[in-house]
Design a protein around this ligand. Structure first.
Ligand SMILES: Cc1cc2nc3c(=O)[nH]c(=O)nc-3n(C[C@H](O)[C@H](O)[C@H](O)COP(=O)(O)OP(=O)(O)OC[C@H]3O[C@@H](n4cnc5c(N)ncnc54)[C@H](O)[C@@H]3O)c2cc1C
Length: 447
């Protein structure tokens, strides 16, 4: 549908948010040009495919929950529902040299906690699952709230180590509303897209192009200016003037492109947002590592200093215990993932040293592991990967409409109280798209 007076809209970034915004805006009849610095679409949810593989593999492990409504709706809209695959993989936690199931089931009763600690844990999770008043929880840290409700044994034994793993030394600053959202949102069934998330990204990009948008790859935007009050992007295709511009990405990126925001209240909000980075090492093995079929193995951390923990990373994900390895030439694919601040040594160490450090920990979960199981490996690092929601976070989130003319922003840092994810990138993008063309969307019932 072409509008009589379409707006010319520039989007920086062809991650899921940029593509979802392009989908909405072209659907409403506007002209969209999307600029992506990378050679492929998908951003943090992008994947890669070796020539022997039928499916792509995400650079950072990805799945959807079955209640990720905005993602499922978009998949429907682009006519790709038949590509959705819903599975029920096993999730576990590593405690004192053993793996324990973590889904809420009779199996979790085997966790090495006293009956009283188990009962407190079950009661706390049930309470969190049924309460809706998350706003009341954002004034207290998860560290304090959980210790009070679970007691020292349950908190120290289970949740504190998980918080340390996820947020490193910021673990005791994260608010309880974030934890509530994690407990409420998790589903035992998980979903993916046939061909992997990259196949979803490509399907979305194809749908967006079919509606008339241009997606420029290898096209980093170098500057943003406002001649005659109109947002203008400096791109490899030259200076492009737009009626509206949407920036997707980190608060730091927005401040770099629009330094004039620094002196505004909006800029102060941007600067107050905290985040940490993510590291993923991927190993292709000849044999399975987690032989009990576990997909997701949480590795509790006792210290934010990774060198003082049993494992130098937070989670071990055996992708091929989720997705059949026949799609990957029969290879067993393992992620070793961690979240650390962007100035952590994991961002400075050379690739070979970091891979060697992570690989050395693999025999701890499978004593039969031998170095000759290893076929090949990859390493991915993202300095902006996980926002850290501190106390009263809702008061610090800048809206999508910036104070600069025609300039809008969508970012993981605006996702709240939910944990960031492609579902929310889509929701935020949809909302921002409506705002850019002068509509407001009703708040959807949240799952
Ligand atoms: C370890 C990890 C695990 C995750 N697990 C899941 C999961 O299981 N399920 C889930 O749904 N989500 C998951 N996520 C989150 C999900 O990846 C993100 O929420 C989502 O991809 C964010 O999309 P975005 O478009 O907002 O940002 P991004 O993906 O960061 O996209 C921004 C884009 O802008 C581009 N860009 C930056 N600067 C410029 C420039 N100057 N010019 C042009 N382009 C530029 C970047 O290259 C990028 O493509 C995970 C993330 C990580 C790191």
């Amino acid at each position: 549908m072409r509008k009589a007076n379409p707006l010319r809209i520039g989007i920086l970034g062809a991650g899921v948010a940029g593509l979802a915004a392009a989908w909405e805006l072209t659907r409403a009849g506007h002209q969209v040009e999307c600029y992506e610095a990378a050679p492929q679409v998908g951003g943090l949810a992008a994947g890669f495919r070796e020539p022997e593989w039928e499916w792509s593999l995400e650079k950072f492990y990805h799945h959807w929950f079955t209640n990720d409504r905005d993602a499922l709706r978009l998949i429907d809209e682009i006519g790709a529902r038949d590509q959705l695959r819903i599975l029920r993989p096993k999730t576990s936690i590593w405690i004192d040299g053993h793996s324990y199931r973590t889904e809420l089931s009779p199996a979790s009763l085997s966790l090495p906690l006293s009956p009283l600690a188990l009962a407190r844990m079950a009661f706390t999770i049930l309470y969190l699952k049924f309460t809706r008043n998350w706003a009341a929880l954002e004034g207290v840290t998860a560290d304090r709230w959980l210790r009070r409700w679970l007691g020292d044994e349950g908190y120290e034994g289970l949740f504190r180590p998980l918080l340390i793993g996820k947020f490193a030394d910021a673990f005791d600053q994260v608010n309880m509303a974030w934890f509530w959202a994690r407990a409420v949102k998790r589903t035992t069934k998980l979903a993916t897209f046939a061909g992997g998330f990259q196949a979803f990204n490509e399907a979305l990009a194809a749908a967006v192009r079919a509606q008339g948008a241009q997606i420029h790859l290898n096209a980093p935007v170098r500057a943003l200016q406002f001649p005659q009050g109109q947002p203008t992007l400096e791109t490899p295709q030259g200076r492009q003037r737009f009626d509206r511009v949407l920036i997707t990405g980190s608060p730091r990126l927005l401040l770099r492109l629009a330094p004039q925001l620094a002196e505004t209240d909006y800029g102060a909000q941007l600067r107050s947002l905290r985040s940490i980075g993510a590291i993923c090492a991927i190993f292709s093995l000849r044999e399975p590592l987690l032989t009990d079929g576990t997909y997701w193995l949480s590795l509790p951390a006792q210290s934010a200093d990774r060198s003082r923990n049993e494992f130098p990373f937070l989670v071990l994900v055996e992708h091929t215990n989720f997705i059949d390895r026949r799609h990957f030439n029969g290879e067993h694919l393992i992620y070793c993932g961690d979240y650390v601040p962007s100035d952590h040594e994991y961002f400075q160490l050379d690739e070979a040293s970091l891979l060697a450090r992570f690989r050395a920990a693999l025999p701890k979960v499978n004593a039969n592991f031998r170095d000759d199981w290893l076929r090949r490996s990859w390493l991915f690092r993202a300095p902006y990967a996980q926002p850290v929601p501190t106390l009263h976070h809702s008061a610090h989130i800048p809206p999508s409409q910036t104070p600069l003319p025609g300039l809008f922003w969508v970012s993981m840092s605006q996702v709240y109280p939910w944990d960031r994810g492609t579902n929310y990138a889509i929701e935020l993008a949809r909302r921002a798209a409506a705002l850019m063309v002068g509509e407001t969307l009703p708040i959807m019932a949240r799952s």
